[in-house]
Write a protein that binds this ligand. Structure first.
Ligand SMILES: NC(=O)c1ccc[n+]([C@@H]2O[C@H](COP(=O)([O-])OP(=O)(O)OC[C@H]3O[C@@H](n4cnc5c(N)ncnc54)[C@H](O)[C@@H]3O)[C@@H](O)[C@H]2O)c1
Length: 179
């Protein structure tokens, strides 16, 4: 999805820097018109350098290891990558006065047995993946209250599409079905 966001931003004449550690994505998916940086949202020194160098106005955070079922069994990695990695970007966005932080959460924040899903449902995540997404949503609310950081949260649900990595047996519903 990140590479599609890059295309949409480029179409609006934005200058785009794309950060991805390529643990699940592919550099070829990213338009050559964007600056591509291979690195992790866990690398605070790199994040600090990028924010100082590029003075970002908007941050679109889509990096995650989105393996919901597996997240019970990779608890430390899940929280490190999906929660602490997000907090690293939120901290940098506060420090560098970013105008708006756009976060890709998930319908995993609603848990199960609440159908049909609507935005006003109670948030009752049931697995570490959903809990990490909800924790980031709450942290964004706190960062707005304390530091005025504006944010928008999206909660997609099983998005299939062009350029999707379907090779991982544990993430992306289409990939799971196909495997
Ligand atoms: N696809 C869906 O159905 C769906 C549903 C709900 C939420 N989401 C969320 O949307 C976002 C994008 O999902 P996607 O479907 O495009 O998945 P994706 O796996 O294609 O994209 C995630 C990208 O994050 C990168 N990444 C992972 N850990 C990183 C790290 N520590 N540092 C830098 N980059 C890292 C991966 O290399 C990959 O390119 C994710 O946050 C995911 O949790 C996706």
């Amino acid at each position: 999805m990140g590479s599609h966001v890059v295309d949409a931003l480029l179409a609006r004449n934005c200058e785009v820097v794309a950060l991805d550690d390529l643990s699940g994505g592919f550099e070829d998916n990213v338009s050559p018109k964007a600056v591509f940086v291979q690195g992790s949202v866990l690398d605070c020194a790199l994040i600090d350098r990028l924010f100082k160098e590029h003075r970002f106005e908007y941050v679109f955070h889509l990096a995650a290891y989105a393996a919901e079922g597996l997240s019970h069994f990779i608890r430390h990695f899940n929280y490190q990558n999906n929660l602490i990695g997000s907090v690293n970007l939120i901290n940098a966005s506060v420090l560098h006065n970013v105008k708006c932080f756009v976060f890709t959460s998930s319908t995993a924040v609603y848990g199960s047995n609440q159908l049909p899903m609507t935005e006003d449902l109670d948030r009752k995540p049931e697995d570490p993946y959903g809990i990490s997404k909800y924790a980031v949503e709450l942290d964004l609310r706190a960062a707005h209250g304390m530091f005025g950081l504006n944010s928008v949260v999206f909660r997609p649900h099983n998005v299939p599409g062009e350029r999707q990595n379907t090779g991982d047996k544990c993430q992306n519903v289409l990939g799971i079905f196909m495997n």
